[in-house]
Design a protein around this ligand. Sequence first.
Ligand SMILES: *Cc1c(COP(=O)(O)O)cnc(C)c1O
Length: 392
Amino acid sequence: MIEESQHFETQAVRTQTEKTQFLEHSTPMYLTSGFVFEDAEEMRASFAEEKERNLYSRFSNPNTSEFVDKICKLEGAEDGYAFATGMAAVFSTFAALLNSGDHIVSARSVFGSTHTLFTKYFPKWNIDTSYFTLNEVEKIENLIRPNTKIIYAESPTNPGVDVLDLEWLGNIARKHNLLLIIDNCFATPYLQNPIAFGADLVIHSATKLIDGQGRVLGGVTVGKKDLIREIYLFSRNTGPALSPFNAWVLSKSLETLAVRVDRHCENAFKLAVFLEAHPKVNWVKYPFLKSHLQYKVAKKQMKLGGNIVAFEVTGGVKAGQNFFDNLQMCSLSANLGDTRTIVTHPASTTHSKLADEDKIAVGITDGMVRCSVGLEHIDDIINDIDQALEKL
Ligand SMILES: *Cc1c(COP(=O)(O)O)cnc(C)c1O
């Protein structure tokens, strides 16, 4: 999907900031808050943006620029800006582009904190959001108002791993002259490139599979140059910038993204197949299982199915809790996309703030488990989950 001649893996490894006089092979860390100028005229010209260079690390830094350049190449984007967290990216993107009185049309099933932005904070600035659920996507056009500015969605969704048809959303956005913004966190740039399907902007929480090793927080927004310009100006004045150290870690992580995600997906698929045949499991959701309702759409827009498997254990809440307590290896944690397999109970943790009807609308049941499948040997992952199910 990337138009340049080199492949994804090559660009992820070879995109680098300029070398210094030491001709280092691996990009060094530029832990500096500011940069010096030759003379007063250079400083004036730089601040006037007549000259492109680093001024101050809240604006740009060689490490953050390398990270952003790479994500742009991997997503097929024109430009981008890197943030301290995924939520800083989500918030700053909306805050930079929206005015009081604007309206958002969003998928109901979005990351918990994004949902809180829409329901608790944006109304303070007279920005309203209307929601479509997955099984009523045809109704999306009825939600569009004269003041609607953005269509927003994640695919696959958290935690239900539902899949939205990005090409279809892109067509609706174009027809109504709206911006389409996609949170591509679950897929990573390796599995899915929303810009190729008509998205104007793509957001990532780099904390997840992009770091992939549970070490640092980060976020990034990439897409059309004029939109990124607005987001950059907002961010250079409000200060949600990614630290150069985290940018260095994340840029290094991207060098191994393809091989890591290949194995994550292979493990996740094997676990999903195993769970589907297990008598103590009511249902399993994984985009590349034939039983997934949007299997065809997933196959069309994703290279592989991702590393998140959702399933429901038989026996309701109590069985669900026992399942978690029976696990010996898999971690109980809120993060995802780590090397370590992590299980979460969305109903009592990440999505506990959702009203009951919202939980039902996004497919969160009391016995639902979200599993972020890691890079341990698949036999060990399956054995741990199997013994925890057997004890129920
Ligand atoms: C984790 C996550 C975020 C938020 O990212 P942070 O780096 O934790 O701030 C946003 N969207 C999705 C889909 C996520 O999974």
